[in-house]
Design a protein around this ligand. Structure first.
Ligand code: R1P
Ligand code: URA
Length: 289
């Protein structure tokens, strides 16, 4: 039995941060960083059965083309992702009355629809990218006990960085999820996504404070290749979603629209339009894929 201090429920029985009850969440879950993007997604639904708001976690559940969907905002960063993934999983896979994990587990499909910065010069602003795997540069996943071998890509990245005489501030950890079946055959371009612990120095940005990610490290990261993959983009949630979804037995995908090009120093002139296009594409893939 999981203690009151570990699995925290509100007086109405809802889970602590998300304020959600079992049954209120669909098995296909769209995550977005920005709470305002939740409405932008659910505005496209045919019907909405639930709207709940708690801190940065806004949740809408409804139906589109006969498919029940939940869209939830994580807010920014993998610290929030830790809460969202654990609490959503608990709503399905822990009996909240007996406080015991269920014998029969429900596998969920997570699809993140997010914004991100392109890391390679040739990736156009406003283009979409499906993260095949994520490089965790944020620090959440080492707090979970891991089993299994490290992803082979992480070993080749480590060797590549050593050859260049540079190293990441955190040991390279690459997480590769099982994609939801409706995305396995999608025509989206694929890449490896870096998940950072912040927006400025952790992504190599220097305003008044200089980033510790050196030009030599950035060059080495840009030039690394693994099979036909390379580091394509950088954002702040995907490795947490991928790592925890995989550990909990769920499927996950992260689709980004590229708002910045960090190699070129450019930013999308109409970011809202880019996000609308991402929502259109994402919902099409989820309901028709
Ligand atoms: O647009 P969202 O989904 O919030 O994602 C990206 O945008 C935020 C930073 O501006 C971070 O959350 C990053 O991951
Ligand atoms: O450069 C970017 C753009 C969007 N989100 C990020 O985290 N980084």
């Amino acid at each position: 039995m999981i203690k009151d201090s570990e699995l925290i429920l509100r007086p109405d029985g809802s889970i602590y941060h998300l304020h959600l009850l079992p049954g209120q969440v669909a098995e296909t879950i769209i995550t977005v960083g920005d709470p305002e993007r939740v409405k932008a997604v659910s505005d496209r639904f045919d019907s909405i059965e639930l709207r709940v708001e708690a801190r940065e976690f806004v949740t809408h559940t409804g139906e589109l083309n006969g498919k029940r969907l939940t869209v939830i905002s994580t807010g920014i960063g993998t610290d929030n992702v830790d809460i969202v993934m654990n609490e959503l999983d608990a709503l399905f896979n822990i009996d909240l009355t007996t406080r015991v994990p269920k014998e029969e587990l429900t596998q969920l499909n997570f699809v993140r629809l997010g914004t991100s910065g392109a890391f390679q010069a040739d990736l156009p602003l406003g283009s979409f990218l499906l993260s095949e795997a994520a490089l965790a540069m944020d620090g959440l996943l080492p707090f979970y006990l891991h089993s299994g071998e490290p992803d082979h890509a992480a070993i080749t990245l480590q060797e590549h960085l050593e050859d260049a005489g540079v190293r990441l501030p955190v040991p390279p950890l690459i997480v590769r999820p099982e994609l939801p079946s409706f995305l396995e055959q999608s025509d989206l371009p694929r890449g490896l996504t870096m998940t950072a612990a912040g927006f400025y120095a952790p992504q190599g940005r220097s305003l008044r404070l200089a980033s510790g990610l050196s030009p030599a490290l950035l060059t080495a990261l840009r030039s690394w290749r693994h099979d036909d993959l390379r580091l394509t983009n950088i954002e702040m949630e995907t490795s947490g979603i991928y790592g925890l979804a995989t550990a909990l037995g769920h499927r996950a995908a992260s689709i980004s629209t590229l708002l910045a090009n960090r190699a070129e120093g450019t930013f999308h002139k109409e970011p809202a339009r880019a996000v609308e296009a991402l929502i259109t594409k994402g919902l099409q893939l989820i309901t028709e894929g």
